[in-house]
Design a protein. Structure first.
Length: 115
């Protein structure tokens, strides 16, 4: 089992930056990839970015060039650096990983962007 705890959300003006953190604990030695998702009110949860144990990353088109996902070598913490934030980036951001046969999610952290 894996436990995920997000932090770093808050209120920021458009154009500003935030850095989200996801602290992982439990069977983290088995993790091969982790990701960030977000869900805005009335919308479905969507992928923001993922990173693998090899360091390969994938980003949603809407955040490419503005967001950067990174991790420490031991999977203790995964980060999401968010720059040039836009009002449409406002959402609850969730950390995620998958260890067969379960998906694991954190409790989420709220990001609010004022225009």
């Amino acid at each position: 089992q894996v436990q995920l705890v997000e932090s770093g959300g808050g209120l920021v003006q458009a154009g500003g930056s935030l850095r989200l953190s996801c602290a992982a604990s439990g069977s983290i030695f088995s993790i091969s990839a982790m990701g960030w998702y977000r869900q805005a009110p009335g919308k479905e949860r969507e992928l923001v970015a993922t990173i693998t144990s090899a360091g390969s990353t994938v980003y949603a088109d809407s955040v490419k060039g503005r967001f950067t996902i990174s991790r420490d070598n031991a999977w203790n913490t995964v980060y999401l650096q968010m720059n040039s934030l836009k009002p449409e980036d406002a959402a609850v951001y969730y950390c995620h990983t998958y260890l067969y046969p379960m998906n694991y999610w954190g409790q989420g952290t709220q990001v609010t962007v004022s225009s």
